[in-house]
Each structure stands twice: as C-alpha cells, then as structure tokens.
Design a protein around this ligand. Structure first.
Ligand code: AP5
Length: 221
C-alpha cells in the first residue's frame, strides 16, 4: 500500500526541512508545490512570469494551475509507492483534487502531521532562511541551522540565496493566508482522524523523531 503523507503547518514551521528528511529516510519523493513553482523561475513563458509575481507578493497560485502541476508530478514513476506533500494542498478544492488523483492510483492520504509554531518564531525563522541555488531543498537558517561556511551549501558547495518571497511583508501575508484559506482544511482531514499535532518549536532532530514515531504508529495501526 502506498504511503501519502501531507505535512501541514504555517509558513516557517519546518515543512520543507522535515519533508526533505522524511523523503530521504522513507525513499519517497518530496512533492513541494513551492519548489516546483520556484523551479519555473527564469522560464520564458507568460505563465512562469505570472507565477513568480504571485509568489513574490505572498499570494496563492490559482488552484487549477497548482493541481495540474501536482498531477504531472504524481504521474512520475517514483510517486507510485507514495509521496511526502509539502505546501499542498492549501485549499479545499486542492484537497478534493488530491483525493481524486490518489484514488486513481488506488491510494489515499494516510497521515497529516500538523507542525505547530507561534507566528513570531515563524517570521523570525523565515527572515533568517537561506537556500541552496543548486538544490533548494537544501535549506539553512542563519540563526538556528547555519551552513559550515557562510554563504555556501554544505552538501554541494553551491552559493546560498534568500528567497525573493522571504521579506517580512510577504511572510506575514503568507501566514495570514494560511489562517484564512489553509487552516480550515484541517477540519476536512480531522473528520477522517488523520491529523496529529507535532510541536515544531523543538530542534529539527526532535521534530523528525516525533514524526517518525507518528509514521511508525500509523503503519502498524
Ligand atoms: P512554499 O515554498 O510552500 O513556502 P511557504 O508556504 O511560504 O512555506 P515555507 O517554505 O516558508 O515554510 P516551511 O514550513 O517549509 O519552512 P522551512 O522548512 O523552510 O510556497 C511558496 C509560494 O508558492 C506560496 O506563497 C504560493 O505563492 C506558492 N504556492 C506553493 N504551494 C501552493 C499551493 N498549494 N497553492 C497555491 N500556491 C502555492 O523552515 C523555515 C526556516 O526555519 C528554515 O531556515 C529552516 O532551516 C528553519 N527551521 C526549520 N525547522 C526548524 C526547527 N525545528 N528549529 C529551528 N529552525 C528550523
């Protein structure tokens, strides 16, 4: 049975950080809509330019575009055994579309860990975040998780950069959007009993350990 896990939590809670760790240990792809959109940066198309402008403002990309990007990603062979979703779904239509896509693969969302963190700490983390220019899933934090050499990725030696949407204004807007559009989605998953809270104010290692405990309990249930 394939394993589909949806990581939820406000911006800066550590979804991307934990999805990368889970992906490596579980051998499942890390499906990040934000990452897929950022990979379109620099593409010479009207759609790619529109998406970058939406992201820079801290707004949501329209559902039909987001769902299509995920549909294409799930069609790749590495998603046949499951996936770790980071940043998707974020609206009710996206959650319903994900259910339909997974039903075609004979699967379903089995676990929704909710990473909880207070808003002030989330904005502080986002403001100090740097990512690798070669592989943006290599994420650092100048305050809590700095690279060994300033400005350089520990893993592949590429330069680090700040995301264009990591200004305090855009981060605050993204968090407002989370409470307005994404938090209500939790009820959709709570009705199925798949939501479990994890305290994201702990260290990266402690959050990972809590997530692995949850996954093990879920697999043996
Ligand atoms: P996306 O890329 O998903 O960004 P986001 O939602 O703003 O989320 P973040 O990346 O800020 O938070 P995170 O929880 O992943 O934190 P991270 O692990 O990096 O989306 C970007 C944009 O794309 C959206 O605004 C939207 O425009 C568009 N988009 C994407 N998906 C969409 C969708 N489904 N529908 C419509 N539009 C969509 O951690 C943050 C920092 O903290 C890092 O520096 C990290 O090193 C550090 N850190 C992590 N964990 C810890 C810890 N435990 N202790 C200390 N530091 C930690």
């Amino acid at each position: 049975m394939a394993t589909y896990i949806v990581l939820m939590g406000m911006q800066g809670a550590g979804k991307g950080t934990q999805a990368a760790i889970l992906s490596k240990r579980l051998g499942l792809p890390h499906v990040t809509t934000g990452g897929l959109f950022r990979a379109m940066e620099g593409q010479d198309s009207e759609l790619a330019r529109e998406i970058q402008a939406i992201m820079k403002r801290g707004e949501l990309v329209p559902d039909h575009i987001t769902i299509e990007v995920v549909r294409q990603r799930l069609a790749k062979p590495d998603a046949a055994q499951g996936a770790i979703f980071d940043g998707f779904p974020r609206t009710l239509p996206q959650a319903q579309a994900l259910d339909a896509l997974l039903a075609e693969l004979d699967g379903q969302v089995s676990l929704v860990p909710l990473l909880t963190l207070d808003r002030k700490e989330a904005i502080a983390r986002i403001s100090a975040r740097w990512e690798c220019t070669l592989d943006p899933t290599h994420v650092y934090n100048l305050r809590t998780n700095p690279p060994k050499v300033p400005g350089i990725c520990d893993i592949d030696g590429a330069p680090l950069r700040q995301r264009p949407d990591d200004t305090p204004e855009a981060a605050a807007k993204r968090i407002d959007t989370f409470f307005e559009k994404t938090a209500p989605l939790l009820d959709y998953y709570r009705q199925r009993g798949v939501v479990h809270e994890v305290d994201a104010s702990q260290s990266i290692e402690a959050v990972s350990a809590a997530l692995f405990k949850l996954i093990e309990a879920n697999q043996s249930a």
